[in-house]
Write a protein that binds this ligand. Sequence first.
Ligand code: PPE
Length: 307
Amino acid sequence: MVQQTESIWFDGKLVPWDEAQVHVLTHTLHYGMGVFEGIRSYKCANGGSSVFRLKEHVDRMLGSAKILRMEIPYSSEQLVDAIIETLMANKMDEGYIRPLSFIGCGAMGVHPGDNPVQTIIATWPWGAYLGDGALEKGIRVKTSSFTRHHVNVMMTKAKVSGNYVNSVLAKMEAVQDGYDEALMLDAQGYVSEASGENIFIVRGNLIKTTPLTSILEGLTRASLITLARDLGYEVVEQQFTRDEVYVADEAFFCGTAAELTPIREVDNRVIGEGKAGPIAIKLQQEFFKIVKGENLAYESWLHRYSL
Ligand code: PPE
């Protein structure tokens, strides 16, 4: 169960958690046309808190809406302010932030007509997304029987609610089969991403991640590419196959919720030594220092606030 907080920001106002409700004929409930974000805030070692890459997340959400031709009636600055207002109202010095814009009631039928575009911002505490011990020990992964979206079937650069039916199917299958997460292949058969994460592999000193073609442009992925290069590693964005993952020295997933989660097994093949690899550990440590405000070189990625 999600851990309740006090208030949810709903179309410009904070309302009590239980009162943040919609009608059953809300268009998005039927047709999946909604855009959302997942953002994390962290308590900083030196006091206060910071939201990681807040403006970039808000801008990605506005980009998702543009792709869907949904008109969100708020500017980037207004959404940033509303997110901070919600965190403050909920007295959250760290946690997960979920803005969502959706098409409300009015016309039914596939065409959304001029139904209003509504926006909510919820926040709640969220621990290790892929389970206890996942960040330290790594997880077991299975290649999904479900193909990731084709770029002209769904809009893969947009974080669209409806896109996640594919993720939910893959995730349920993986969990039912006793794995922690699903690895998804694109329509050509190359590795794409997981149900809610991007993927990296390491072979020797080379770090590889999939090109942006059919995946969500993950902000954690982008941050880790920059961080790894700053640490002196060579990083390439290049297609690879599932069997290249099998013979990788290391593999890991990344995302806002999953942070940097090492992969210790794929399709019953042990990856590397079957535990978090040295490069994954190094990047994870440095990543946590950055998000917790301990590495001032990356201060521009943080939006600081204090309760
Ligand atoms: N791919 C997908 C499909 C995805 O959903 C996410 C985030 C990413 C990549 C990584 O993106 P970024 O967070 O910008 O690094 N998934 C969000 C949803 C999780 C959920 O269960 O809901 C997240 O991590 O917040």
